[in-house]
Design a protein around this ligand. Structure first.
Ligand SMILES: C[S@@+](CC[C@H](N)C(=O)[O-])C[C@H]1O[C@@H](n2cnc3c(N)ncnc32)[C@H](O)[C@@H]1O
Length: 198
C-alpha cells in the first residue's frame, strides 16, 4: 500500500470534521459553492452516468440530483469508500487508482475530478483515463491547485502535492480535445468546466 493511500485512510474518518473546522471549512465551503454553481450549468443536459474520480466522502457526488440513474464513485482509499458507501449506498463504488480505471468503455456523461489533480504526478495519464471513459461531448468538472502559499502548506498533511498552472492544463486540453466552457477561482482551487469535442 502506498504512503499516500495510508494517509487518506487515516484522514477518512475525520475528513468531515476537517470540513466543519472554521478555518479549513472556510476554504472548503468556497470550493463546494464553486462546484455547485458549475454543476448547475450541466443539469439541463441528458446525463445518465456520472463518475466521481477521487470521490473522498462524496461532497461532489451529492451535487447530482437523485434522478440520475448511474453514479460511479472511484477512490484508492478503501476507508473513504466504506464511509461514503454507508451514507449513500446507491452508488457503484470502485476501489481503484484513477490512473488505472477498470471501466473499459466510453459510457460516462459527466466526470467529477475535484481535489484530485494536485495528488497526481502524471497529468497526461489522468487525461488518458478520463478520455477513455467519457462519451463524446461529455463534460468534466476538474479542479487543480495553483502554486501559492495555501497549496504549499498542504504538504503538512503528509502528501506530496503537485501544483499546476493553467498552461500545463491547457496542453492536456489541446491534446485530448477538450473545450473550456467556464471556470471559477477559489483560494485553493481553479475549477474548470470542460466539454469533450466530438
Ligand atoms: C482531497 S480528497 C477530495 C475528495 C472529493 N473529491 C472532494 O472534493 O471532497 C482526494 C481524494 O482522492 C483520492 N485519491 C488520491 N489519489 C488517488 C488515486 N491515484 N486514485 C484514486 N483516488 C485517489 C484520495 O483517497 C481522496 O479520497
Amino acid at each position: 500500500m502506498k504512503v499516500s493511500e495510508n494517509i487518506w485512510n487515516l484522514i477518512a474518518p475525520i475528513y468531515d470534521i476537517l470540513r466543519r473546522n472554521p478555518i479549513s471549512g472556510y476554504f472548503l465551503k468556497r470550493e463546494d459553492w464553486a462546484a455547485e454553481s458549475l454543476t448547475k450549468k450541466l443539469l439541463s443536459y441528458d446525463i445518465n452516468t456520472v463518475c466521481d474520480l477521487g470521490v473522498g466522502r462524496g461532497h461532489t457526488l451529492c451535487l447530482i440530483p437523485e434522478k440520475i440513474p448511474h453514479r460511479i464513485a472511484i477512490d484508492r482509499s478503501m476507508i473513504m469508500l466504506k464511509l461514503t458507501r454507508k451514507a449513500s449506498p446507491d452508488n457503484l463504488f470502485i476501489n481503484a487508482d484513477v490512473l488505472n480505471i477498470p471501466v473499459k468503455y466510453a459510457i460516462v456523461d459527466l466526470i467529477f475530478c475535484i481535489g484530485l489533480v494536485e495528488y497526481i504526478s502524471d497529468l497526461e495519464s489522468l487525461f488518458t483515463q478520463i478520455d477513455a471513459i467519457l462519451k463524446n461531448e461529455g463534460h468534466v468538472l476538474l479542479s487543480y491547485s495553483p502554486r501559492n502559499i495555501l497549496t504549499f502548506f498542504r504538504f503538512l498533511r503528509g502528501h506530496k502535492i503537485y501544483p499546476r498552472n493553467w498552461e500545463e492544463i491547457e496542453i492536456c486540453l489541446r491534446k485530448y480535445q477538450f473545450e473550456l466552457l467556464d471556470s471559477k477561482i477559489t483560494p485553493l482551487q481553479h475549477q474548470c468546466l470542460l466539454k469533450k469535442k466530438n
